[in-house]
Design a protein around this ligand. Structure first.
Ligand code: ITT
Length: 203
């Protein structure tokens, strides 16, 4: 039934893997933009995660006619006064930089700073209806940046983000383990009542 379709308003395949797993068991049909042939690149020019998440969720909801869930997230490093934060996906002077370039740039910025390099991941989830209604949920995950890459899973800054609880980086653990502790998992947990209310009329 079309009422149970939820579009993931993201072009990041790492987020899709995690969100699919987090939403499994909710009796929703999860769709990605590529599955419905929707190619949208939203200008993330908001002044905080909430504004950017809203822009993405709304743009995808209005373009598709489907209820859409966006995640805007970032890594905040204490010694860099919260950078890269909102600019996490664009944090490199190199044109066409990839995740590895951004990790290298972050480590270069941190090299002379005293350790430990405390950091946190933040996520804001926005759920938008095509009519324009938007609801939000947030989550955080505290950890530490380490000076060398460890592990091969995940995406973004995962190989250099150590979870002190686990003693492993976010790239050394499985998706299921990351989904126990991550900022995105916590935001999604807080978003579940919103989805339940929208799709099934209860929370
Ligand atoms: P969409 O906007 O299409 O969802 P994006 O990658 O551009 O994809 P954001 O604008 O929210 O997403 O940027 C978030 C960036 O923060 C992301 O590209 C990573 O560099 C970093 N990040 C966020 N969550 C992360 C996680 O769980 N693990 C590692 N890095 C993460």
């Amino acid at each position: 039934m079309s009422q149970n379709k939820l579009l993931l308003a993201t072009n990041n395949s790492g987020k899709v893997v995690e969100l699919r797993e987090l939403l499994s068991g909710m009796n929703l049909e999860i769709l990605t933009p590529s599955q419905i042939n929707l190619h949208l690149d939203v200008d993330e020019n908001g002044s905080d995660y909430r504004e950017n998440a809203a822009k993405k969720a709304l743009a995808f909801a209005q373009a598709s006619g489907l209820i859409s869930l966006a995640d805007d997230s970032g890594l905040e490093v204490e010694a860099l006064n919260g950078a890269p934060g909102l600019y996490s996906a664009r944090y490199s002077p190199k044109p066409n930089a990839d995740d590895k370039d951004r990790r290298a740039y972050l480590l270069e910025k941190l090299r002379d700073k005293p350790r430990p390099w405390r950091a946190r991941f933040c996520a804001t989830i926005a759920v938008a209806k095509p009519s324009g209604e938007i609801e939000y949920a947030t989550g955080e995950c505290v950890g530490e940046i380490i000076g060398e890459e460890r592990g091969a899973r995940g995406f973004g800054y995962d190989p250099i983000f150590l979870s002190p609880e686990l003693g492993e980086t976010m790239s050394e653990i499985t998706v299921e383990e990351k989904n126990e502790i991550s900022h995105r998992a916590r935001a999604l947990l807080a978003a579940k009542p919103i989805l339940q209310k929208i799709f099934f009329g209860y929370s």
